[in-house]
Every structure is written in C-alpha cells, then in structure tokens.
Design a protein. Sequence first.
Length: 201
Amino acid sequence: MLNQTSRIPKTKTPSRGGAESARSRACETSAAIERALGETSYASVAALVRPLGGPLPPLDPEEAIFIRGVHPDRAREFRRGRGLVRELLPRFDVAPQPIAIGPSREPVWPDGILGSISHAAGICAVALTTPNHHAAIGIDVEAGDPLDRDLWPIVADSDELACVSAALACDTGVAAKKVFAAKEALYKAQFPLTGRFLEFR
C-alpha cells in the first residue's frame, strides 16, 4: 500500500476552466458522500468536500510553520484541508484548533477525534469521527480517469484487477484507479493504529 514517499503521482489541478469544473465535481462528490453516509447510517461521521480553488481560510500561525517554503499548490491543499477540519470540529463539540503534522507527515488530531484528509483533481475532502463510534477512518479522492497502465502492477495483481473490473463493470484502468483509492483510504485508516508503512501488494 502507498506510503508517504510513493512515486505514484497525484492528478494535478486543471489550469483551464479548473475552478468551475472543480466546483461542479465538489458538489457532486459532496452529495454522493452525504448519500453514502445516509444509506449506511454513519451519522457519527461528518464530512465536507470543497474545491481547492477560491478564497482560502485564514491559516493558524501554529500551522503556518509546516508549509514554509513548500510549493504553492501544496500550501493551498494544506490550507483548504485545515480549514475544512476547523469547520467540522464543532460538530463534535470540539473547538477549532491547529492541526499539526506528525513525524510521518500525518495529521495530529485533537483528543477524541479521528480524521482523514484527501485532495486530488481540484477537490479537497475531510472526514471526522470519534473513537467512541469507530476505531479508524480513512478517505481518498481521485480523478475518475484510468490509472496509467505502467502503474497497474504496483497497485494490484492481475487477478485482483480482473475481479474488480468484473464486479464494477469497468475497464481495467478504471478498476486500477478504484483499487488505488481504496487501498489509499485503508492505509490512512490503519496507520494511526499500527504506525506501519504498507505496500500496495
């Protein structure tokens, strides 16, 4: 499974028409998440999805130290994610506060909060819950295009891809992207519990 130094690239934010398409995708994805949470009765999970573009929320000084000198795109992802976290924390009666970065580049959550942050294709998503309801949580968002063919063997073996492709009635490249996202989410969920860096296979 993917670790923090993986060579697998994230999809970059589109430069042309990116703002409008990202907003559209964010609305669609947010609605899909809300439907999924409602259908599975995960009322104990709170999630937000927003475009990476547009005005950014203020950055807490304690968080600013973590993005000094980083690429502007990475800084935007960081700020959008932390802003969404601050929006969600009051739903759990937790005051908005800085979210630091741990030694393995993982978010350091407030006591009593479990969370996950993901960003790709012009979208940022955050999901929070509490250990009273769930042992762990992990999310991953990816662009809907197929995964590059040369990355398929890194993500899954041929039997796994064939099984997912048949089950979801999609081509192998799209199946590989879905497997990638699922394993990314699982990695994010397990890491706070185990501290283990896992490979995809």
